[in-house]
Design a protein around this ligand. Structure first.
Ligand code: ATP
Ligand code: MG
Length: 565
């Protein structure tokens, strides 16, 4: 796997292509020393890890060069947008650790200004009201090799265009009856330059402007002009917009904007294996109940990752490591998980939790005795304090940690064998009891008091197991999450992406854990020793705590992939 090693992080000091551009602009005083970037989400869904990458890039560049970043909602498509999404997006950007320039911007704030700009283009003979239907227009577009059909309305007089455009605004026409188009070039090999639509009629209620408008600007028309209005210096977007750049420039040219023009730059969008990132598909997963909402911990959304126990700094470190590329590629999900483990290893308190319990009885331990064993909360933290862990005669261990008839090199517990119970004693298994179906119900052991953890002892064992004292343990619900898809690139096959949904992406079990976790607030992470990192879920109540598995301790999928080779 592509883990960060000394070698591949060495050129960290060198600048990426966007940093080079900015440094050059600063040197030549292109924007009077100003760096103003923007993050322009459309409020039609929740942010995902790809957006997080874009956020880290836009805000990160501004921070590095003493600049600022606007948060601008690209709210030009009222039928798909809502304030629920606006609020969630704001929360996610803040959670990732970034602060936009106040106030929050909205493309809808510029509707009036954009309208005036459009009138300016009409007056210059550079835009016209077209009455072709959407179907006729798409039929008449031509191909990059063959010219498109000229609209029969292309040569309307300026006066007629102005009058019709005003009537469009006033709501005098039905949806689809008319559009405003830029008059550019129906022979251009760039299809985006073939008289693109600037406005369409939509009799739709907008979450901010209400019913004030019934014509709405297209992305291409709104975006560059919004950048200009805000004084954006570097407008960074993903590679698929590279072919839109000539249009971005054309609008600014024809509005006669010569000073302080924004410029668009493109980088490769983030693609992650085992993940879908299209908002349309994520919405489908939510609406068809394949997951429990946008913040389901299996979702690649920022809110899902937050609930899963991912941390903002680990996501930022991942985004930084991925860097900016000019060519599309797919990043391994395991790289993101690597950064999560790295951080949680440093931060998470350790607790012992048993998820698939079998009872272990220490026959030579006194019946009513219990001991409190001192244990470091986090051995990775030099300043870690100690907590007490209760030990007694009856314990739970994991069922998988015992085998009656083990293969060679099985270092866990089996009849006649000895292991250490972590932080406690070495024990030996003497016998087992079973129910009528042959399932093991009790494991009987002997403990060796002289092997208490911390005391010098000659006894050596190969295996160490985690455990909990049954009478002290607390019952909790544990949600074991795994990858949502079984296929590395679920969007890139002939089949529907939903066919690759992992049926085992969620298992709910009852766990038995140390009482120290009780009452801890949602969002707090723990390492369940030997099992992985887990976080307290907001569904927790006073009666029952709920934990989500953030990530296993090791990359178990890498092992599977290796075994399959
Ligand atoms: P979708 O195509 O799924 O609707 P989008 O790109 O249209 O997503 P926007 O809300 O328009 O979503 O995106 C806001 C910003 O985030 C844009 O600047 C876009 O380029 C960027 N962005 C979206 N997806 C990614 C990604 N996978 N990697 C990097 N940046 C992304
Ligand atoms: Mg978009």
């Amino acid at each position: 796997m592509d883990k960060p090693t000394k070698d591949n992080t060495e050129n960290k000091a060198s600048l990426n292509f966007l940093e080079q551009i900015i440094e050059n602009d600063l040197k030549t005083d292109k924007h009077q020393g100003k760096v103003l970037t923007r993050f322009p989400p459309e409020p039609n869904g929740y942010l995902h890890i790809g957006h997080a990458k874009s956020i880290c890039l836009n805000f990160g560049l501004a921070q590095k060069y003493n600049g600022k970043t606007n948060l601008r909602f690209d709210d030009t498509n009222p039928t798909k947008e809502s304030t629920e999404y606006v609020d969630a997006i704001k929360e996610d950007v803040k959670w990732l650790g970034f602060q936009w320039e106040e106030p929050v911007m909205y493309a809808s704030d510029y509707f009036e200004k954009l309208y005036e700009f459009a009138v300016y283009l009409i007056k210059k003979g550079k835009a016209f009201v077209c009455e072709m239907s959407a179907e006729e227009m798409s039929k008449g577009r031509g191909t990059p090799q063959t010219p498109g059909v000229l609209s029969p309305w292309r040569d309307r007089s300026v006066e007629e265009n102005l009058e019709l455009f005003e009537k469009m605004r006033k709501g005098e026409f039905k949806e689809g009856a008319k559009v405003l188009r830029a008059k550019i070039d129906m022979t251009s090999p760039n299809m985006h330059m073939r008289d693109p639509v600037m406005y369409r009629i939509m009799h739709a209620h907008h979450h901010r402007t209400g019913d004030k408008w019934c014509i709405y600007p297209t992305y291409d028309w709104a975006h560059g002009q919004s950048d200009y209005i805000e004084g954006i210096t570097h407008s960074i977007c993903t590679l698929e917009f590279e072919v839109h750049r000539p249009l971005y420039e054309w609008f600014l040219d024809n509005l006669d904007i010569t000073e302080d023009r924004p410029r668009q730059y493109e980088f490769a969008r983030l693609n992650l294996s085992y993940t879908v990132m299209s908002k349309r598909k994520l919405l489908q997963l939510v609406e068809e109940n394949h997951v429990n909402g946008w913040d389901d911990p299996r979702m690649p959304t920022v809110s899902g990752m937050r609930r899963r126990g991912y941390t903002p700094s680990a996501i930022r470190a991942f985004a930084d490591r991925v860097g900016v590329a000019k060519r599309n590629n797919v990043i391994e999900l395991s790289l993101l998980e690597y950064f999560i483990r790295e951080e949680l290893n440093k931060k998470a308190s350790r607790v012992m939790t048993v998820l698939n319990p079998v009872k272990l009885i220490i026959d030579n331990y006194p019946d009513n005795k219990s001991e409190q064993l001192p244990v470091k909360v986090n051995p990775e933290d030099p300043e870690s304090c100690y907590k007490m862990v209760a030990f007694s005669k009856e314990l739970y261990i994991e069922r998988e940690d015992f085998m009656e008839d083990p293969p060679k090199k099985y270092f866990r517990l089996s009849p006649g064998k000895e292991v250490r119970l972590k932080y406690a004693y070495i024990i030996r298994c003497d016998s087992v009891e079973k129910d009528d179906q042959g399932n093991i119900t009790e494991i009987h052991c002997t403990y060796f008091p002289e092997t208490k953890s911390g005391l010098p002892s000659d006894k050596k064992v190969k295996g160490t197991l985690h455990w909990v004292s049954i009478s002290h343990a607390e019952e909790v619900e544990v949600r074991l999450y795994d990858r949502l898809f079984t296929e590395p690139q679920p969007e890139n096959t002939e089949k529907d992406f939903k066919e690759f949904l992992n049926p085992d992406s969620l298992k709910v079990v009852t766990g038995y854990t140390e009482p120290v976790v009780i009452g801890v607030r949602p969002g707090k992470s723990f390492q369940f020793e030997r099992l992985g990192y887990f976080v307290v879920d907001p569904d927790s109540t006073d009666e029952k705590m709920v934990f989500n598995r953030t990530v296993t301790l090791r990359d178990s999928w890498a092992k599977i992939e290796k075994n399959n080779q």
